[in-house]
Design a binder for this molecule. Sequence first.
Ligand code: ZN
Length: 148
Amino acid sequence: MTPELRALYQEVIIDHGRHPRCFGPMSDATHVLEGYNPLCGDQLKLFLKINHQVIEKAMFEGSGCAISMASASLMAQYLQNQSLDDARKCFKYFHAMVVDKSEPHEKLGKLNILQGVKEYPARVKCATLAWHTLLNALDGKHDIAKTE
Ligand code: ZN
């Protein structure tokens, strides 16, 4: 990654961290799940409106470090109108990128902005918290999703 690209990615993460998109409660959510990353103290609540195997709307609330908030913000944006199938696939690609350090999959689009996190093992859980929460929600779990 070029230094210019890295700087641009950092700018987007800081921007989303400070001004998260899709932020706030949702009154007509069909799925609500909380996530917690004890390592850093990040917490979030994910709201999904799922209809006919499609995520019609995704929003979240929470507090935590810039990476956890930026990751949740970018994920929520990405999930709008995605099929459940595609959302699960995206979880795999995202996980592979930041945990297994694979090259970003083309389907990740803007989410590849978070690829730099793989170089900071302590922050990987901040980046994956929203995704673990999503997966638990899709799997019909009701307990708080934890990264530990
Ligand atoms: Zn964090």
